[in-house]
Ligand binder design. Structure first.
Ligand SMILES: CC(C)(COP(=O)(O)OP(=O)(O)OC[C@H]1O[C@@H](n2cnc3c(N)ncnc32)[C@H](O)[C@@H]1OP(=O)(O)O)[C@@H](O)C(=O)NCCC(=O)NCCS
Length: 176
């Protein structure tokens, strides 16, 4: 009988950045996420407006990541939710930088990271949104399973004029 793998989701430390960056490069190679590429993975993991970052471990190895970021006017999902709810964009939080190393998938680490970010936003009493490329079907299934509601579709522009369709979501209120 094989033992169940040991999974942990916890706040990120500086020591986690290098293994998280290595996992991100593998994710980009397999899934094309993020679409804009990973020329500087550490910079991508430490964006402006970062509020909290979490990592997932599988058997003691950092294999996953998610971040909570303050929205700006360039966030499509935040603009949509602001127009719908009247909440200023600056009060909206965004789930970003979610990924799990390809060889560590299927252990609910993506779900646990998403729940950690949902709980962090709920503790702050702030709405939480995200946008996800239509091609990222595993992520879309995960969000919908956790009760996220679709609030619109947008076209994401990146690189040298490339375009890809994306879906915007708002998290269910944990107070409901
Ligand atoms: C989305 C992602 C984070 C999910 O990670 P995970 O740790 O496998 O997540 P979970 O185990 O909670 O499973 C979530 C979904 O992934 C899919 N999945 C499960 N096991 C899988 C496996 N071994 N391989 C690939 N996908 C798998 C399933 O669709 C599952 O949903 P379901 O159980 O309702 O069918 C991961 O697939 C990923 O990094 N994708 C590429 C990056 C990305 O799309 N990020 C989101 C950007 S908004």
């Amino acid at each position: 009988m094989t033992n169940a793998p040991d999974t942990v989701v916890r706040p990120r430390t500086n020591e986690d950045l290098a293994p998280a960056a290595a996992a991100l490069v593998r994710v980009h190679h397999l899934d094309g996420y993020p679409v804009e590429g990973v020329t500087d993975p550490i910079a991508w993991l430490t964006p402006d407006g970062l509020v909290e970052a979490w990592v997932a471990e599988l058997d003691g190895r950092v294999v996953g990541h998610a971040a909570l970021v303050t929205a700006t006017d360039s966030d499509d999902a935040a603009r949509l939710w602001s127009a719908h709810s009247g909440t200023p964009v600056s009060e909206i939080l965004v789930l970003a930088r979610l990924f799990v190393d390809p060889d560590a998938r299927g252990h609910k680490l993506g779900e646990d990271l998403t729940r950690a970010i949902m709980n962090a936003a709920a503790r702050r009493g702030r709405p939480l949104v995200l946008d996800v490329m239509t091609k990222d079907t595993a992520a879309i299934r995960l969000y919908e399973r956790l009760g996220w509601k679709r609030i619109g579709t947008v076209t994401h522009t990146f690189g040298d004029g490339h375009e890809t369709p994306a879906v915007c979501y708002v998290a269910p209120s944990l107070a409901e």
